[in-house]
Write a protein that binds this ligand. Structure first.
Ligand SMILES: Cc1ncc(C[n+]2csc(CCOP(=O)(O)OP(=O)(O)O)c2C)c(N)n1
Ligand SMILES: [Mg+2]
Length: 506
């Protein structure tokens, strides 16, 4: 058995069943092993940032890592920004990067690069295998790292001779450490704050945004009068009927600072105190008052639901029915508005849909209009690196077990990873999306756009033909200019399998 075969057998044995790939020469033995060994679903992405974004979307739905397969340092480099988003979503990925053979590296061939250096910034775990006999054990350690709460990027760098040399040894799965429990002192402290103080915010992030944890947070809030909010961008929020109508920390600095100005205490549950996406001249970096006291109930890697249960017990918080989110919205008509589009999506989405949201500026009003939609999961772009939405939707569809994916997608961001449409068509994924026109946030930094700046913020010169773009990659598409048309097209596409793109001109 060669190293590559030991890798594939070990990954399969550790429960890794999908490999998102864009391989090159140095990975050919890995590819050949995938060919010979049944069991691994291989999904081709036409650029590495599509590959890494798909692996992120897959984890968010499955909570089980996929493997990637990337080609040398430059292939990894292409995938870095979606690995960055995945790291911010706390997704687990076994990120495999083929590289120059160990003995070839000193010759400094063209694709030789500082692969480890590029990997380090996005990886919580990284290892370069040095011989075929180690590859299996390294793979088992990588899977263990990827599955360690809350989920980690584990990068394996595989020089090609470690894959083609004989002597591979299949490794057994290593135990996955269970999520740590909150410190009992942290639970007691949070209960004390909730009992004794006013103006308390409970800020939920990570797994605290799942249904069970939400219900407990709601009980603690009801018992104490504390307010609940979600972090600004989150890997996965469970929403819709039966879930909390949770607002999130607003994106624009002034709006966020204003919305949090009342806060004297923040209890963090898998979250951190809100800070600005950017600094702006004359504005604070912290978006909550500098005088507010911050209390950690759980860190990201700790078990939020158990901690919230312990908090409710400590408070003696009685059971509380989830708040009524009201009736399901009706389809909106007429010209496109963010609220109208959100209501149309809420009115038409099938049960248990997955929303992959890279709607950028047009989407800021979507949240409150979709509280009363059927149950769904909402996936945000977590690291601010655009080009995430299309791959995320693709990976979420593969990991979503047949659930319908609706990708709310801004046009500029779509252009970063538009090749993902091709993978969607190839895999016949369920998806549906819309695009919007670019508007920069130029004035927030205190500048007025001149012609050069306008030119750099403008996607209309020339116009991008989205319908043709989608069709060129095998995805059916149509244009809409009104919400009536969007609604009709959505309803049609939900009735059929396969991806469909709706360009909404706004
Ligand atoms: C990787 C990366 N490159 C560049 C940016 C800067 N950036 C933020 S939003 C944006 C334009 C987004 O345009 P679009 O997706 O059409 O959204 P709209 O502004 O139209 O809502 C750019 C270039 C970024 N956030 N991430
Ligand atoms: Mg745009």
């Amino acid at each position: 058995m060669n190293g590559a075969e030991s890798l594939v057998h070990t990954l399969l044995g550790c429960g890794v069943e999908v490999c998102f790939a864009n391989p090159g020469t140095s990975e050919m033995h890995f590819v050949a092993a995938l060919d010979r060994i049944p069991g691994m679903k291989c999904v081709l992405g036409l650029q590495e940032n599509v590959v890494t974004g798909m692996a992120d979307g897959y984890w968010r739905m499955q909570e089980k890592p996929a493997a990637t397969l990337l080609h040398c340092g430059p292939g990894l480099a292409n995938g870095l920004s979606n690995l960055h988003n995945a790291r911010r979503a706390r997704s687990g990925i076994v990120n495999c990067v083929g590289d120059q053979a160990t003995y070839h590296r000193p010759f400094d061939a063209p694709l030789t690069a500082d692969t480890e250096g590029w990997a380090r910034g996005v990886s919580q775990w990284m290892r370069t295998s040095t011989k075929a006999t180690d590859v299996g054990a390294d793979a088992a350690a990588a899977v263990q790292a990827a599955r360690t709460s809350p989920g980690q990027i584990a990068t394996m760098i595989l020089p090609s001779d470690t894959c083609w040399d004989e002597g591979g040894v299949v490794a057994q799965p290593l135990p996955v450490p269970v999520a740590q429990q909150a410190d009992p002192l942290a639970v007691r402290n949070a209960a004390r704050i909730l009992r004794e103080k006013k103006n308390v915010l409970i800020l939920l992030g990570g797994k605290a945004l799942r249904e069970g944890a939400q219900a407990l947070a709601w009980r603690a809030s009801r018992a104490s009068g504390a307010k609940l909010l979600a972090e600004g961008s989150n890997g996965r929020v469970q929403r819709g009927q039966g879930r909390l109508p949770l607002e999130r920390v607003p994106y624009p600095a002034d709006v966020a600072i204003n919305a949090l100005s009342w806060v004297e205490h923040i209890i963090l549950v898998n979250s951190r105190g809100p800070v600005g996406f950017f600094a702006y001249p004359g504005k604070p970096s912290l978006h909550y008052p500098a005088t507010a006291e911050v209390h950690v109930l759980t860190r990201y890697e700790q078990d939020a639901e158990a901690a919230l249960q312990a908090l409710c017990d400590e408070l003696g918080a009685p059971a509380a029915a989830m708040p009524d989110v009201g009736p399901r919205p009706e389809r909106a008509r007429g010209g496109p508005t963010p609220e109208g589009l959100a209501r149309t999506v809420a009115a038409l989405m099938p049960d248990d849909a997955i929303i992959a949201d890279e709607s950028v500026s047009f989407g800021r009003g979507f949240y409150s209009e979709t509280f009363a939609a059927p149950k769904h999961d909402w996936l945000h772009i977590t690291g601010g690196a655009i080009g995430c939405g299309l791959p995320l939707a693709t990976g979420a569809s593969i990991g979503g077990g047949g659930r319908r994916v609706i990708n709310l997608q801004a046009d500029g961001s779509a252009m970063y990873t538009v090749q993902a449409l091709w993978t969607q068509a190839r895999e016949r994924l369920l998806s549906n999306r819309k695009y919007q026109i670019l508007l920069g946030e130029y004035q927030n930094v205190g500048a007025n756009p001149g012609p050069t700046a306008m030119n750099m913020l403008d996607l209309g010169n020339p116009d991008i033909g989205w319908v043709k773009m989608a069709e060129a990659m095998g995805v059916e598409a149509a244009q809409a200019t009104t919400l009536d048309q969007v609604g009709d097209l959505m309803a049609q596409s939900f009735a059929r399998p396969g991806p469909f793109l709706i360009e909404l001109v706004i």
